[in-house]
Design a binder for this molecule. Structure first.
Ligand code: ADP
Length: 455
């Protein structure tokens, strides 16, 4: 088999994910190359790199370094680096970035630009899903551009409905509409938010499910036509449509439903011509019907819970696929063992609306122990600044079953010491101690309805 032989990777990201990628690169004997920016010249992630390159000085350029396509691609090209790993966020789902990498002879560690583009548009993604017979919520046939169309579609779909930005992400450009009188106002709000955030005001409509669960399937697909799923993740613990705590497997799926939902994810990946690591997101209603929502074409923040229960290195698989190798595993090699929970530890104050807590980390102790993993990008002296997101660490705990995983996560949270900024640790503990969470009987409304004393 002809492979491309990646020997060096430029990591176009920072923080914990840059460290995560560097660790796997080194394990594989690949040179990890990091990027130093003026905003964080002494950042902790740089200490994990085999080589650090300074981001080029720029004049009159205000876009964030990790969004600067030309300078990033230029760094790789000019330093003869074989591949670029975009991590998550930033340019990880930007088809133009992938195009420019390819044009300059740099391997983009991700799917093809076409697939990134297709899946980046939720309407196109749904069209592809329909071809793969993947179940979907009723909604508009395609993108909507006028109020007249909104009114017509709303009549067909009924209330409640949700208006979503076609190229949306991060929970933005989304509005739930409960009655006709709110329709116009919500349409204007969603499309103008989408225009500002994504430079694209196009929206679509689908039926709004009351209190569903968010279940997503991890898939890996190589460039030789092999597609394998690595089970699902439960991501229903969300605040403002943003995930806070994730687990694998989901306590709600039995083997029968797991088979159906993972089959659907594989069908979509095949229909899309997918090749890389990817996540297919679904909503599950109270009657256990699931519906395709969107596909993310990058490594997810919550990928470690899947790594813990499968004992696989997802970044390694992603790099091998980009290298042109065949998947080293088949579906029957994938065994889901035990239960894993991830808590996102953000520098935010849960007592005051989760507002970011800026400052310097004055003391830090990370928990250790059997089944305990911490992916963190900070050390004592690290600054939590407005420039970057507020996630400072992820605690991942793996145990033989869910009950033990919850107990061990609580113990690990107790061992954390973070001084200098407030964190979401007290909130994570409250979730894990909540009876409803422990029973497994929860949905995406959990934080709003069952944790309201803390939000
Ligand atoms: P984004 O790309 O902005 O993250 P998603 O389409 O992934 O947006 O949706 C994020 C969250 O919004 C979901 O996890 C779910 O909680 C909620 N959501 C999205 N669509 C629906 C829907 N049709 N019905 C109910 N909840 C929804």
């Amino acid at each position: 088999m002809k492979t491309k032989n990646i020997k060096s990777i430029l990591i176009a990201n920072r923080g914990e994910i840059a460290i995560r990628i560097a660790k796997t690169a080194k394990k594989m004997g690949i040179k990890a190359v990091g990027i130093r920016t003026v905003k964080e010249p002494e950042a902790h992630y740089l200490t994990f790199m085999d080589l650090v390159l300074d981001f080029p000085e720029r004049e009159f350029n205000n876009i964030a370094e990790f969004l600067d396509i030309e300078n990033l691609v230029g760094l790789a090209r000019d330093n003869n680096i074989d591949a670029i790993h975009p991590g998550y966020g930033y340019l990880s789902e930007n088809p133009q970035f992938a195009v420019r990498c390819i044009e300059e002879g740099v391997i983009f560690i991700g799917p093809t630009p076409k697939v990134i583009k297709d899946m980046g548009d939720k309407v196109v993604a749904k069209e592809i899903a329909a071809k793969g017979n993947v179940p979907m919520l009723t909604g508009s046939e395609g993108a909507i551009h006028t109020l007249e169309e909104v009114v017509t579609v709303a009549k067909k779909v009924g209330y409640p409905l949700i208006i979503k930005a076609c190229t949306g992400g991060g929970g933005r450009g989304m509005r739930i509409v409960h009655r006709q009188s709110e329709l116009k106002q919500m349409y204007i709000a969603a499309s103008s938010e989408a225009a500002i955030a994504f430079n694209n005001s196009a929206v679509f409509i689908e039926k709004y499910l009351e209190n569903p669960r968010h279940i997503e399937v991890q898939i890996v697909a190589d460039t030789h036509g092999n597609v394998v799923h690595l089970g699902e993740r439960e991501c229903s613990i969300q605040r403002k449509h943003q995930k806070l705590l994730e687990e694998a497997p989901s306590s709600i799926l039995d083997d029968n439903l797991r088979k159906k939902i993972t089959d659907a994810a594989i069908s979509l990946a095949k229909e899309a011509g997918y090749s890389s690591l990817g996540t297919v997101e679904f909503l599950l209603d109270k009657k256990m019907n699931f519906y395709f929502m969107e596909m993310n074409t990058r490594v997810q923040v919550e990928h470690p819970v899947t790594e813990m229960i499968t004992n696989l290195d997802l970044i390694e698989l992603q790099i091998r696929i980009a290298n042109g190798e065949e998947l080293p595993i088949t579906q029957k090699d994938v065994k889901l063992n035990g239960s894993a929970i991830e808590c996102r530890i953000n520098a935010e104050d849960p007592q005051s609306g989760f507002s970011p807590c800026l400052g310097v980390i004055k003391a830090l102790r990370l928990p250790t122990g059997e089944g305990v993993r911490v992916d963190s990008g900070v050390v004592v002296g690290s600054e939590i600044s407005l420039y970057f997101d507020s996630m400072i660490a992820k605690l991942i705990v793996h145990a033989k079953d869910r009950e033990t995983a919850i107990a061990n996560t609580l113990k690990a949270l107790d061992k954390f010491i973070i001084r200098g900024v407030k964190t979401t640790i007290p909130f994570d503990k409250a979730v894990l101690n909540n009876e409803k969470f422990v029973s497994g009987n929860f949905d995406t409304s959990f934080i709003e309805n069952d944790m309201d004393s803390m939000v």
